[in-house]
Design a protein around this ligand. Structure first.
Ligand SMILES: [Zn+2]
Length: 217
């Protein structure tokens, strides 16, 4: 039994948001699910291509929004081909983009309301917390309140991965029948290597989680 309401998934084509999308389709039904993808000057076009391919393959409507204006006001390694990815002195990876999730949620909500969608799903996670402040549950809850007040609309932001480890996120994909799908089709590598470089922080986290899950099976 699916819930007869509509949902919007914030979708990057990576492991986490693809798992959220599979869960949303199982919960709301494919015809009730849409995705929104943000282009903000990511280092690698491969992310956007994967996201487009998956949305098409799963038969959900995708809206791609260009937020490359971010480059005018903030600088970070995720958007700069020249920069090395590393930890900063504050212990945060220099891939952090200030305000990114606040901005994504705001645009997602504006779009969602125009489509009469209340449910917004985002794959942020506090567990493997890299120090990104806008991945914390407290931020998402406060943003939910702000959006509802801003637009006088009862949005419900869902964060199904908030307290899962990477291994548990793989387990969830498996429960949804999507383990192979997520392994094959999603892109998470910071270096933009098809199939993953195996060395960047993102690949390490993904591979470690997968190994843990497969061992525990
Ligand atoms: Zn990588």
């Amino acid at each position: 039994m699916t819930i007869q309401e509509k949902a919007l998934v914030i979708f990057s084509g990576g492991q986490d948001s693809t798992t959220c999308l599979l869960q949303a389709i199982a919960t709301y039904g494919q015809q009730n699910v849409q995705v929104i993808t943000f282009a903000y000057g990511q280092r690698h076009a491969i992310e956007l291509e994967k996201a487009k391919w998956i949305a098409q393959d799963l038969g959900v409507r995708q809206t791609v929004l260009d937020l490359s204006l971010m480059k005018q006001i903030t600088h970070n390694a995720l958007m700069d081909e020249q920069a090395d990815i590393e930890q900063t002195d504050q212990g945060m990876p220099n891939t952090f983009v200030d305000g990114r999730n606040a901005l994504f949620l705001l645009y997602a909500a504006i779009y969602a309301k125009s489509q009469e969608i209340k449910h917004i799903i985002v794959g942020v996670c506090e567990t493997d917390f890299s120090g990104y402040p806008d991945c914390r549950d407290v931020f998402i809850k406060s943003m939910n309140v702000s959006l509802n007040l801003a637009m006088d609309y009862p949005f419900q932001i869902h964060t199904p991965l908030m307290y899962l480890t990477k291994a548990q996120t793989w387990a969830l994909a498996d429960q949804l029948g999507g383990l192979q799908y997520v392994r094959e089709h999603t892109h998470t590598c910071y270096m933009g290597v098809e199939g993953g470089c195996g060395e960047c922080p993102s690949c390490l986290l993904r591979n470690k989680g997968l190994a843990e899950y497969l061992e525990s099976k």
